[in-house]
Design a protein. Structure first.
Length: 95
């Protein structure tokens, strides 16, 4: 069986946490969690963040004391904003 950490994805992707917005600027409410370029990297991020976020709804995922309200995965080098033309058909995990 192939090592998933050597199986390259077609594109590299960045995971973002969208924090509870306390200012008027959406651009300051997201935080990069890291990038993945292999199948193994993708599942490492997925298994780290999503089980607690989606299935542990009684828990709050906090980063730097701020509540995470959504997780997103965007292609590298593309702004993590829905108004960006490349993201118009995207989706988001939210609570």
């Amino acid at each position: 069986m192939a090592d998933p950490f050597t199986m390259k994805l077609e594109h590299s992707w960045t995971w973002y946490a969208h924090l509870q917005c306390t200012s008027g600027s959406y651009a300051t409410s997201y935080l990069s969690l890291g990038s993945c370029a292999t199948v193994g990297d993708f599942w490492r991020f997925y298994n780290t963040f999503l089980p607690n976020f989606i299935y542990g709804q009684h828990k709050r995922l906090l980063i730097n004391g701020k509540v995470v309200v959504a997780l997103s995965v965007f292609m590298d080098d593309i702004k993590p904003e829905w108004e960006t033309p490349e993201n118009l058909d995207g989706s988001e995990w939210g609570c």
